[in-house]
Structures are given as C-alpha cells and as structure tokens.
Ligand binder design. Structure first.
Ligand code: ADP
Length: 578
C-alpha cells in the first residue's frame, strides 16, 4: 500500500484538526445562541462536542505520548474521526440534501493521500449507509437520487484521488523505516553519522575555538562535549611527539592547515588525554573553504591507534632482533667464502670457484637484506639514529656523484650532475670591493649527511641497476623554501599503478624488465622514512619505456641559519665544515 510522505500526512492532519476545532467552536456558538433563545442546532449536539473532545485528547496524546506511532496511522485515525463528525452533522442537517455532503465527499478524496484502502473503505461505508437509508433508517426513499449521486461522485473521487495523490506517494518501505525518515533532514543525517562513528571529529573555527565535538572525540580524549565546545583546541587536543615533547606551534596540524589551507595528515602524533593518558593518534585535519575561497574553519578526524602501534612496535622489535642476530653468522660465512675465493689463501679448482662465487654473491645479498631489515625496523619504531647538521647540498651531492661514477662507468652509463635549473635564489654576497659577484647558490638543509648519503646511494644504485643504456642525471635545484634533489635515468620506467606503492615495504614492480634483477624492496621504504625524518618528501615521476625521475624535497635553511647551526656545533666541540 502506498501513501504520501510523513510531511504531507502531518500537514493534512493539521488541517483536519483545524476543521474539528472549528466544529467544536461552532458548537459553543450554537449553545450560546440557544441559551439566548435564538434558533440553533445544525447537528451540533453535546454528543458531537464530546466526540470531538475525545478526538482532541487523542491528538494531544499522539503528539506527545505515542510519539512512535507511525504518521500514517495517526493521519488515518484523525481523518476517520473527522469524517465521523461530519457524517453526524450531515445526518442531522438533511442527510443527502445536507450541504455537509460536499465535505463528506471531499474527505474521501483526501483519504486517497493515505492510500487506496482507506478511501475505498469510506466509500463502502457510504454504500452500506445508503442501503440502510433506503430502508428508512436515515432518510426517506425520495432522497435516493441524492444518495446515488453521493456514492457515484465519491467513488469517482477515489479514482481521481489516486490519480492526484500517486505523484506524491513514497515507497512504503522507506516511509515506515524510522532510520530513513529521520535521515530525511540533512541535519539529522549528519548528526546520526557523527554520533555513530567511533572516530573523533572536531570542528574548529578560525579563532581556534572548538565548535563541534562528537561522542567519538569525547571517548578518545576524555573531554565531555559540553565542556570541550567553546575551548581552544590546544587545551583539548594536547599533542606531543613520540619523545614526549610538545608539538611546536608550527608543527601543530591545525596551525599548518590555517597557514597553508591544505589538508594535513599525521600518523605519529600522541595525545595527552584529559586523565594524562598517552594515546597514539592517526589524524587528518582539513580546511573548510567557503564559497569566497576564504578559510572558515578546520575539521579534524582522528582515531586511537595505540593498539596497532604497539603491535607494530613488537613486530619491528622482533624483526630487528632477528636480523641483528642473523647478520653475525652471515658475515662470518661471507668472510670465509671470501677467504676461500682468495687465491693467496686457498686453492680451489675452477668448478668449485664458480660455486663459491655464487654462494658468495648470495651471502652478500642475504647480508644486505638483513641490514635493510634492521634499518627499516629501526625507521619504523623511530630508533633510526640521526645527527643532523647544516649541510650544503651542492658540494655534498657533487662529491657523492664523483664517488658513484665508478659503478655507472662499469655498466657503460653516462653520468651527469646538473645544478640550478629551478627558480633558485642566488645566495650572492657582496665582496669587499663592493662589486656584486654572483656565486653558486648555496642549498643548505638541516639533515644527517650519513642518512642522506644512504638515500642518494640507494636512488643512484637503483638507477644504475635498472638502466641498461643512456644517462643518469643527478640534479640539484630549489627555491626559497625547498631544496630539490633528483635522480633521473633512462631505464624501463615504472607503470603509474606501481608508482604510488613504490615507497611501501617490500614493494617490487613485477614486470619483465625488472623482475630478474635482485633486490629486497626495502630500499625506497627506507629512503622515505629517512626523508620524512627531516620533514621532506620523496616521490617518483616516470614514463614506461622512457625512464624515471626520483625527486626529494627538503626544507631549505638560509646561510644565516646554517652559520648559527654550525656555530652551535662548534660550541659543543663538534665543528661542521660549511
Ligand atoms: P629493490 O631495488 O631492492 O627491489 P627498492 O625499494 O629500492 O627495492 O625499489 C623498489 C622497486 O622499485 C624495485 O623493485 C623496482 O621494481 C622499482 N624501481 C626502483 N627504482 C627504479 C628505477 N630507477 N627504474 C625502474 N624501476 C625502479
């Protein structure tokens, strides 16, 4: 059975109630007139008044007590009640000749809104009444033509009603589904979602004041929503890093979003809850940009990942212990194999030498795998040692390329070092004679040279490993804010679907060009972890068949800051060469 939406049903109910109240008012007026000796009646009897009063009591109960009653049932009861009232007046005011006949017919039409069954039921009742009427129960047989007219007109209206109302009909299943009906309003929709999800959701305005705080956020932070809303988010979302150091203002994800108008993700943050518990969080903050393009606030979605992180830590600990323990015997095997292969130490025949060479290279591969496993486990749980200093990337990279040249030469690959192809700011200084001399730009970063060496060697080794012919270019460029280093090769390239996964652990591209080349799939993961340590970014741009370029962006520091870092290190007895 179909019917119109709850909203329309409620509107119809309201109109019917208005009509009932009008009848009640009319009854009052008639009583008043009678009291003053005027003629009255019109079927407005005390019985009718009592009936209407009972109906009104039901309506009040339906509104405030039977709140779960479906709007359809409520509207049907109201309509039938009002219809009964109208029939009573019709009966007292001339039955079929009564002007109330129009309302009786009108209500049949209205019943169409509640479905075909109700309207048909009402017409059936009219027919039964008419038959009884013919027997002289209600009226005289002379009224018969009017009765027939009533039945014909109201039956027709059942069909016309169907035609009229069907366009407003909604699916019954949807209408009766309380969830769907409550979802009909946007507000209700978002409230339901926000209250149901386990993740914390916080909305902050441009004054950094919390405007929305869902139950998930309360459960994680320990702050009830009533108290958190209206407070500065720093007070509620107190973030520290893994070393228990408060996030500096510039690192706070909300501040970064308000400064850059870009979404920020943070998977390392630790929250200090209201009860001083430390909870590992995975959070993302996104700006709310209005139609004018101005930022109007920020939304933070976060979840408690303490359990995942402790499991990860346990796993990393196991891998790091296991690989550490296994490295020692592997190093011993490798050493003995090297001795066996050394003609000055031992004599082996050609066949045995071939076997030993294979064993030696496999052992070297195994040693590299254990080393990479150890490094990646350390990188994951933040134990990767790092001694950052102010480092001038120009000299550093040039020197490194010089050292690496040998491996490229061995494979017949050309190698080049390119500097300053970007919109670099020339770090020029006036010489004593006052003439302005443009010197090579100085690209300073604050990072551990050993760690950066590891990254660049890895990228360079990959370029050599996966390229058969052509050139490997190592470039250095940048602007005021970043220093960019890239390693470009003319190798097989990387399919786009693999490029986004390349920096994950153990990911290796499975294609004929690279499958046969040995590797662990850990190198680029370690590179990413190291670059992230210095707030940098690493990514690849590649075209299959043409080659790949691996880019690294690192925050640039100016010469003044670099000199300050160098001075600080000298003061600590650990001078840095700038
Ligand atoms: P590995 O080289 O030890 O397998 P990496 O993490 O260094 O591990 O690299 C992951 C995968 O990325 C490699 O297996 C290879 O398929 C692909 N790859 C890396 N560098 C290049 C490159 N320069 N050209 C083509 N493919 C590359």
């Amino acid at each position: 059975m179909n019917h119109v939406s709850s909203a329309i049903l409620n509107r119809i109910r309201l109109c019917l109630l208005g009509y009932s109240i009008l009848l009640l008012g009319s009854y009052g007026a008639v009583v008043f007139w009678l009291h003053y000796g005027r003629n009255g009646g019109y079927g407005l009897t005390p019985f009718l008044a009592g009936f209407i009063a009972i109906q009104l009591i039901y309506e009040i109960l339906a509104q405030f007590v039977f709140v779960k009653q479906s709007p359809l049932v409520r509207a049907c009861i109201t309509l039938v009640g009002v219809w009964a009232q109208t029939l009573m007046i019709m009966e007292a005011t001339g039955v079929y000749k009564s002007p109330m006949m129009a309302i009786v017919i009108g209500l049949v039409f209205l019943a169409g809104a509640m479905g075909l069954y109700l309207a048909t039921g009402m017409v059936t009742m009219l027919c039964v009444g008419f038959l009884l009427g013919l027997g002289g129960f209600f009226a005289t047989p002379t009224d018969a033509p009017f009765g027939v007219a009533l039945i014909i007109v109201s039956s027709t209206l059942v069909f016309l009603g169907q035609l009229f109302w069907r366009k407003y009909y909604i699916d019954k299943d949807v209408a009766t589904d309380t969830l769907s009906s409550s979802l009909s309003k946007e507000q209700a929709k978002s409230d339901i979602i926000l209250n149901a999800i386990e993740d914390g959701v916080i909305l902050v305005d441009t004054n950094q004041i919390i405007r929305l705080f869902n139950p998930g956020a309360s459960a994680i932070t320990g702050w009830p929503a009533e108290e958190a809303v209206g407070l500065d988010h720093h007070a509620v979302l107190h973030l520290i890093d893994e070393k228990n150091v408060d996030y500096p203002a510039s690192q706070n994800p909300f501040n970064r979003v308000f400064a850059d108008h870009k979404s920020v993700r943070d998977s390392q943050a630790v929250l200090v809850s209201r009860s001083n518990k430390h909870i590992s969080l995975n959070l993302s903050v996104s700006p709310l940009i209005g139609s004018t393009g101005a930022i109007s606030g920020a939304v933070c979605v976060f979840r408690d990942v303490s359990q995942e992180r402790s499991e990860e830590k346990r796993r990393a600990e196991f891998i790091s212990t296991a690989s550490h323990e296994m490295r020692t015997p592997v190093a011993a095997i490798e050493g003995y194999l090297a001795l066996a292969l050394n003609p000055r130490v031992s004599t082996v025949d050609t066949k045995a030498r071939q076997f030993l060479e294979k064993a030696h290279s496999s052992t070297q591969h195994l040693g590299k795998l254990f080393q990479d496993l150890l490094t990646s486990a350390k990188a994951e749980d933040g134990r990767l040692s790092s001694h950052p200093t102010a480092l001038e990337m120009g000299e550093f990279t040039e020197q490194l390329v010089g050292d690496l040249k040998f491996s490229a030469d061995k494979k017949g690959l050309r190698i080049e070092f390119v500097t300053g192809t970007g919109n670099e700011v020339i770090d020029a200084s006036n010489d004593s004679a006052g003439s302005s001399k443009v010197i090579k730009p100085l690209y300073y970063v604050f990072a551990d040279p050993e760690r950066l060496r590891e990254v660049l060697i890895n990228l360079f080794d990959n370029a050599v490993k996966y390229t058969d012919t052509g050139t490997i270019s190592v470039g250095l460029t940048g602007d005021e804010k970043v220093v960019q280093i890239y390693v470009h090769d003319t190798g097989p390239g990387i399919p786009p679907e693999d490029a986004s996964h390349l920096f994950q652990k153990f990911y290796r591209v499975d294609n004929s060009a690279t499958r046969t080349i040995g590797g662990t799939g850990l190198g680029l993961f370690i590179c990413r972890k190291i670059i992230e340590l210095y707030n940098g970014r690493i990514w690849v741009e590649s075209e299959v068949g043409k080659g790949s370029t691996f880019f690294i962006d690192l925050p640039r520091i100016d010469s003044k800051k670099a000199a300050e870092f160098a001075a600080a290190e000298t003061a600590q007895g650990n001078p840095t060469k700038l």
